[in-house]
Design a binder for this molecule. Sequence first.
Ligand SMILES: [Zn+2]
Ligand SMILES: [Zn+2]
Ligand SMILES: [Zn+2]
Length: 259
Amino acid sequence: MKVIILGSGTSTGVPVIGCPCAVCKSPDIRNKRTRASIALQKGSDTLLIDTSPEMRLQVLQAGIDAVLAVLYTHTHADHTQGFDDLRGFYFRNRRSIDCYLMEEYHSEFRERFRYAFEDTGYQGATPQVDLLPMPVGPFAIGDFAIEPVRLPHGHVNTCGFRFGNFVYATDFKRFPADTIERWRGQIHTMVASGIHFGTHKAHSVIPETIELFRQLGVKRGIISHLAHDVDYAKHNAEMPPGVELAYDGMTIDLGATVS
Ligand SMILES: [Zn+2]
Ligand SMILES: [Zn+2]
Ligand SMILES: [Zn+2]
């Protein structure tokens, strides 16, 4: 299995509009962050996690021309607003896409993208999708075995995902103690959000995410959903052993490490 970090940025993206800071003005390509999303690939199958506002540009860059399904973490704009561009896959493949989303968000999602779910008289082509409830326990899509986990994110909840010994979790404040207990020592590679080095009510920040990796016994921890406070070269060099920062386009070959 291969993982592609399609976007490694927090909700504003980096550069932030109008910001004169050194990271926003940096020529380092690893400081240019689109909104958070990943793709997982196994054979010819691709799963997308979230449809960020830059989804179209991200999949073009990664050379992805078909997706088996989309798994949504939650409905915040930085994780959903590229939804309309799922049309592109339909034009090419003529197959509607299964979109998995926690059931509590369905009415909000259908309301936000009403033109795709109801006959509103809209004349253009709309995304052809089937909105499905995220199962609460382990399930499979094609050859991907998935264990969803519900995580607190401020006033809402987000869905994290375990695939064998790989985990992707974004936009959470903390992991439930029972999940840490259950997964401890079983996760080889984990991509998790970390935002910045400050404090945040709704998000795990970088030191907290590093501590989470330690508690889970993660061998390779990769921190994503990064803000403009984070300079890739400077801060990546300061990460403890086994921890690194994500950047757009980063590819993680999990090979045989995923069971
Ligand atoms: Zn986010
Ligand atoms: Zn800035
Ligand atoms: Zn969020």
